[in-house]
Design a protein around this ligand. Structure first.
Ligand code: ME8
Length: 648
C-alpha cells in the first residue's frame, strides 16, 4: 500500500489562529483525504512552534510564564482543527520532551560530523524574524520582512556549515524541477542561491540573551535557534532514529507552507537533512497569501478573518470549498464577504445543491424515491454523460494531486453543470407526461449515478456534505468515508444500486443572502460637475435616457416555481432579488417551461413595475423573455452574478 505524509508549518503560538493558518491546514486535510480516497495510507501532521524571543515577549505581556502562555494558545489551535472538519493524525509541540530529545540527537550528530562549529559573529539581528541578516540581504539597511532597522549584535555562537551544501542544493533543485512548486517559488530560491548572499547559519543563542529554547547538547550555555528546532518537528514527530517508528513508513513527506517561510524550508531544511545523511522531503508546496480587499491581514488594521466564526456563519464545508476553489495555489487571493457569498451561491446552492434537490424530488415524484433500473441499452445522451463523468473525474484526480485545487474543482463542476443542463434537455417532466417511463428511468438513473460519483469526488474538500449526499443516495460508507476509491469510480459505471430507497428531498447548501450595503456606509461620491445635457434626438418610439433609467431591471434567482392555482398558462414564481424576502411574480411561462426546470435559474426582472393582481394572486414585477415563433425564451446571464445585480 502506498504511503503519503503531509505536513503544515507548525504555527507560532504568539497569536491566535486566523484564516491563513486555517487555509494551510484545510489544504493539508483535503490532500490527506484525497490520498485516502486513492486507497493510500496517510499521515497528516500539524502542530505549534513554541520557542524563541517572540514567545517570551508575548508571555511577559500577558503576565504568565512562557510555558503557561504556550499551553493556552497551543490548545486553541489543537481544539480548532476538528471544528473545521480537519482530521490531523498528530499534533507536535516543540516543547514536548520527545521533540527536544530528538533535536538534541540531531544536533549532536551534525556536530560529530564536523558541520557545526563555534565562531565569533557580528550580524544584523531582526527581533521580528528572530534571525541575523547579512549586509547584502538588507534592503536600504532595513529588514526586508519588517522594514525595521535590525540591531547589530556581535557575539560568539555556533554555526551550521550551510554554505558547504549550497552548490549541491542548487544542482538538486535544477535537476528536480518539481521539488519546489509552483515554479515561481523555485525560481525565487534559485535566485537566492545565485545571489551569493547566503552564508553559514547561526544556530545558537547564548542563554545570557535567551533561555526559552532547547539546550545545545554540546554546550550548556546556549540554546538552539528557533528555526533549527522548529524544522526538525517534521521528523521528530515521525520518530526519526527510533526503531519501528513511523519515520520508516512516512518519510519523505510532502510539505505545505506559504511564501513567507520559503527560505527556511527551501534552503535551511534540505541542507540540514543532507548534513545528517537523511533523504530530502518530496516536494515543498508553496501557496500565496490570503488578503482582505487586497490588503494584508493585520491586527492593527482590524481585518483579521476569524476562521471559526466564518465557518459557523457559512457552514464548514462551504467555507472549505470556497478556500480551495477561490485561491489559485501559489498566488494571493482575496477573501471578502461578497466573494464568499457569490462563490457559495453560484457553485454550491445553484449548481450542486440545486442538482441534488431537483433530481431527488423528481425521483420521489416519478418513482416513489426508488432508484430506477439501469437501462439495458445505452442511449447516446446517457453515454455522453457517462464519458464526461469519467473525463471530468480523471482531470480532477490529476489536477488535485498536483495541488491545482481550483482547477481540479472546476473540472468537476464541468460535470455538475452538464448534469443540470442534461435535466433541462431531457425534461423528465415531459417524459412523465408522455408516459415514457423506461426512458424516464434511464435519465434518472444516469443522473443519480453521476451525482453519486460527484459526492465521492468532493469528499476530500467537503467531507460532511459528501457523506450526507451519499446517505441521501443510500450509498453505504466505510469508516466515515466513501467505500470506493477514486480510481475505481473513474473506471466504472453503474455502482448505484437499483431498487434502493433514496431521499425524496435535499437541501444541502441553502442560498445565502448578500447583506445590503447601507447607504451610509458607501463612500460619498464626489460631486460631479454637471455635464451639458446631450441633445435628445426625439423621434418615433424612442424614449429619453431618464425614462430608461427609471426602469429598475435586476437579476434574481428563481427559488420556487409552480402552476398558478387558477390559471393554466401562468406560473407563480418566488424570486430572490437580493431583498429581504423573495418577490412573488406571475409569468405566462407555463406553456414553455416546466416549473422544476426553473428553480435555481437566474432571470432578468423588471422590479419596479406596479404590483397587480392576476386571477387572485399579486404579481410584483415582470420576468423578461424573448419571443421566437410564438415560444417564450427566458433572458438570463452568461455567468452567475449576485442576486439584485442591476442591468445597465
Ligand atoms: O512561520 N495567507 O509560523 P506562523 C495564507 N512557526 N497563509 C497564511 C497567512 C495568510 N495571510 N498567514 C499565515 C511560522 N499563513 C513558523 C513556522 S515551520 C517549521 C515553522 C500560514 O504562525 C501559512 O501557512 O507565522 C504560513 O506559512 C504560516 O501560516 C506561518 O505561520
Amino acid at each position: 500500500m502506498n504511503s503519503f505524509c503531509i505536513t503544515t508549518p507548525i504555527y507560532y503560538v504568539n497569536a491566535r489562529p486566523h484564516l491563513g493558518h486555517a487555509y494551510t491546514t484545510i489544504v493539508a486535510d483535503a490532500l490527506a483525504r484525497y490520498h485516502k480516497l486513492l486507497g493510500e495510507e496517510t499521515f497528516f501532521l500539524t502542530g505549534t512552534d513554541e520557542h524563541g524571543d517572540k514567545i517570551v515577549q508575548a508571555a511577559e505581556k500577558n503576565k504568565v510564564t512562557p510555558q503557561e502562555f504556550v499551553d493556552g494558545i497551543s490548545n486553541e489551535f489543537r481544539a480548532l482543527w476538528p471544528k473545521l472538519g480537519i482530521a490531523n493524525d498528530a499534533f507536535v509541540r516543540t516543547t514536548d520532551a520527545h521533540h527536544k530529545k530528538l533535536v538534541q540527537k540531531f544536533l549532536q550528530q551534525v556536530y560529530n560530523n564536523g558541520d557545526i562549529y563555534f565562531g565569533e559573529f557580528g550580524g544584523h539581528y531582526c527581533y521580528g524574524c528572530e534571525r541575523f541578516y547579512t549586509e547584502k540581504e538588507l534592503e536600504n539597511g532595513l529588514c526586508p520582512q519588517h522594514l525595521t532597522k535590525p540591531e547589530f549584535i556581535s557575539e560568539k555562537n555556533y554555526f551550521f556549515r550551510m554554505s558547504k551544501y549550497l552548490p549541491w542544493l542548487k544542482q538538486y533543485i535544477e535537476e528536480n524541477p518539481n521539488f519546489i512548486r509552483p515554479e515561481r517559488y523555485r525560481n525565487e530560491v534559485l535566485a537566492m542561491l545565485e545571489s551569493g548572499a547566503l552564508e553559514d547559519l547561526c544556530i545558537s543563542r547564548p542563554k545570557s540573551r535567551l533561555t526559552w529554547g532547547i539546550e545545545l547538547p554540546f554546550d550548556k550555555d546556549y540554546v538552539c535557534y528557533v528555526w533549527f528546532d522548529a524544522l526538525l518537528n517534521y521528523i521528530s514527530a515521525l520518530g526519526w532514529s527510533e526503531e519501528g517508528s513511523r519515520f520508516e513508513q512516512f518519510w519523505p513527506a510532502e510539505h505545505l507552507v506559504a511564501k513567507d517561510i520559503l527560505k527556511p524550508h527551501a534552503v535551511f531544511w534540505p541542507t540540514m537533512l543532507k548534513a545528517a545523511g537523511l533523504p530530502l522531503y518530496k516536494h515543498l508546496n508553496v501557496h500565496g497569501y490570503w488578503l482582505v480587499r487586497d490588503t494584508k491581514m493585520s491586527k492593527s488594521l482590524g481585518n483579521v478573518v476569524d476562521p471559526l466564526e466564518t465557518a459557523q456563519r457559512f457552514g464548514v464545508d462551504a467555507f472549505r470549498y470556497f478556500l480551495l476553489r477561490e485561491m489559485t495555489f501559489g498566488s494571493d487571493a482575496n477573501c471578502t464577504e461578497e466573494s464568499m457569498i457569490t462563490r457559495m451561491n453560484a457553485d454550491l446552492a445553484n449548481d450542486l445543491g440545486n442538482l441534488y434537490s431537483r433530481v431527488l424530488s423528481m425521483n420521489a415524484k416519478y418513482f416513489e424515491g426508488i432508484v430506477p433500473a439501469m437501462p439495458a441499452v445505452e442511449h447516446e445522451d446517457d453515454k455522453a454523460i457517462r464519458e464526461l463523468a469519467a473525463e471530468c473525474m480523471h482531470n480532477y484526480r490529476q489536477l488535485f494531486g498536483q495541488t491545482l485545487f481550483a482547477q481540479g474543482l472546476d473540472s468537476l463542476w464541468v460535470l455538475v453543470r452538464a448534469l443540470n443542463k442534461y435535466v433541462d434537455s431531457q425534461a423528465p417532466w415531459a417524459l412523465a407526461k408522455q408516459g415514457q417511463t423506461e426512458r424516464l428511468g434511464a435519465v434518472l438513473y444516469t443522473l443519480l449515478e453521476a451525482m453519486r460519483k460527484v459526492a465521492v469526488c468532493v469528499w476530500p474538500v467537503m467531507p460532511t456534505a459528501a457523506c450526507a449526499m451519499l446517505e441521501q443516495l443510500a450509498v453505504p460508507l466505510r469508516d466515515g468515508m466513501p467505500a470506493t476509491t477514486l480510481d475505481e469510480e473513474i473506471a466504472s459505471w453503474g455502482g448505484l444500486a437499483c431498487g434502493a430507497h433514496i431521499a425524496a428531498a435535499s437541501n444541502l447548501f441553502p442560498r445565502i443572502d448578500m447583506p445590503k450595503v447601507e447607504a451610509a456606509a458607501k463612500p460619498a461620491k464626489a460631486k460631479k460637475e454637471k455635464k451639458p445635457e446631450p441633445e435628445a434626438i426625439a423621434t418615433g418610439n424612442n424614449i429619453d435616457f431618464d425614462a430608461f433609467k427609471a426602469v429598475d431591471m435586476r437579476i434574481g434567482t428563481v427559488l420556487v416555481a409552480e402552476k398558478h392555482p387558477n390559471a393554466d398558462r401562468i406560473l407563480r414564481l418566488e424570486i430572490d432579488l437580493g431583498e429581504e424576502a423573495p418577490r412573488q411574480i406571475l409569468s405566462g411561462l407555463a406553456d414553455f417551461y416546466q416549473p422544476e426546470a426553473l428553480v435555481g435559474r437566474q432571470v432578468c426582472v423588471v422590479a419596479n413595475l406596479a404590483p397587480r393582481k392576476i386571477r387572485g394572486l399579486l404579481s410584483h414585477g415582470m420576468v423578461l423573455t424573448a419571443e421566437k415563433d410564438g415560444k417564450l425564451e427566458l433572458l438570463t446571464v452568461g455567468a452567475p452574478v449576485p442576486n439584485g445585480s442591476g442591468i445597465a
